[in-house]
Design a protein around this ligand. Structure first.
Ligand code: KG4
Ligand code: ZN
Length: 353
């Protein structure tokens, strides 16, 4: 639901500047971005240490942490950008997908700030925001030029594994996605099985560096004739191997298991994305979302010589609010202004934006 008439826009005479707010999962984040690319501030308050004690995200704890952190985080983002709310043109806020109780904290904060400062709000899809992290300026960007359309986007996060074709800004054709676990979820579950820390992605990556990725030949679900993914067979295979090894009473070869598991995930993600890019004659590839922080995945994509692959710098792979302001900018210049009764959309697929 959009409304272009009800809310006024502050004087827009410089580049459009949006405050972004992100609270979809376990990071409380706020950021100020100019023109969809220039990051003036990017503040992330992570709850990782709190959730690590539970071995995963505890939704009620996440919402309550957002309530505690959101205003200090917003204030810090404005301070670091050396501006006040008088200097922003609107507020972009994550509307979904994500945890309902977490999303409403960000949405209500955005509504309160927007109402009291007569600013428009723009509800942003979190998956679209991960995509727009590839347009943000950063000294560690893997490419010094913007992504070119048509492009193939692989979104790999804790909650999603999606393959989409983009022929223009804000235009997505969903090709496929995971039929069971998301790639990040598989990393988190296998890490727990191997006795590694939460979140599992960085822990598996670290263990894998010391391991042999050919020690175990775990299955790759190619799912021929479809652009979907599946990680449940791989997960079961690792579980079976761990149970078998436990019976030997020898120490578990954690590093080899981690390396072999990671290799199986990376193999499927890279090969299917490259095949889709060929099939749809894409010029470029984007790899975004938390799992795109994985060094092995990054290396494998960068080793290809057919496509330019844009992968955000590590700080922009995992959840942040700069990407929310970035995507919000493209929505804003497209005329999107949301009403103050917008609700959270915990299950908001890319195909339904
Ligand atoms: O995008 P994100 O920060 O949050 C969601 O939108 O879900 O992604 C979090 C996921 C977690 O599952 C985490 O284990 C995974 O990204 N992750 C990684 C790495 N860093 C984070 N997975 C593999 N390798 C990494 N280095
Ligand atoms: Zn995310």
């Amino acid at each position: 639901m959009t409304d272009t008439s009800q809310q006024q826009i502050n004087t827009i005479d410089g580049p459009i500047r949006l405050l972004g707010i992100e609270t979809s999962c376990d990071e409380t984040a706020a950021s100020v971005v100019e023109g969809g690319r220039k990051i003036l501030s990017n503040v992330v308050a992570s709850q990782v240490e709190i959730h690590a004690q539970y071995g995963g995200i505890y939704p009620e704890v996440a919402s309550r942490q957002h309530i505690i952190k959101i205003y200090p985080v917003v204030e810090q983002a404005l301070q670091l950008a050396h501006i006040t709310l008088d200097d922003v043109d609107g507020i972009a806020v994550t509307r979904g997908p994500g945890l309902a109780g977490s999303l409403v904290v960000g949405l209500n904060t955005a509504k309160g700030l927007a109402l009291s400062n007569q600013l428009p709000i723009i509800g942003v899809n979190h998956l679209e925001a991960h995509i727009y992290s590839a347009w943000l300026d950063h000294p560690e960007r893997t490419s010094d030029v913007d992504p070119e359309f048509p492009l193939l986007a692989l979104i790999v996060s804790g909650g999603h594994t999606e393959l989409a074709l983009m022929t223009d800004h804000l235009d997505y054709q969903r090709l496929g996605g995971t039929l069971d676990d998301a790639a990040g979820e598989a990393f988190d579950k296998i890490a727990r099985l191997l006795g590694l820390d939460y979140p599992g992605g960085p822990a598996i990556q670290k263990a894998a560096v010391e391991g042999n990725d050919r020690a175990f030949s775990f299955p790759r679900a190619w799912l021929e004739d479809s652009w979907d993914f599946s990680f449940s067979g791989l997960k079961t295979a690792v579980l079976r191997e761990v149970r078998r090894l436990e019976e030997t009473n020898l120490p578990l070869p954690v590093n080899d298991l981690a390396a072999s598991f990671q290799a199986a995930v990376v193999d499927v993600l890279v090969n299917k994305t490259l095949s889709a890019a060929r099939e749809f004659a894409a010029k470029d590839i984007l790899v975004v979302g938390g799992v795109s922080a994985n060094q092995s995945l990054r290396d494998r994509f960068q080793q290809n010589d057919e496509f330019k692959v844009h992968i955000p710098p590590l700080v922009l792979c995992t959840d942040n609010a700069a990407m929310i302001s970035g995507a919000g900018y493209y929505r804003f210049i497209d005329g999107q202004r949301d009403l103050f009764d917008i609700d959270a959309l915990p299950n908001w697929p890319l195909s339904e934006i």
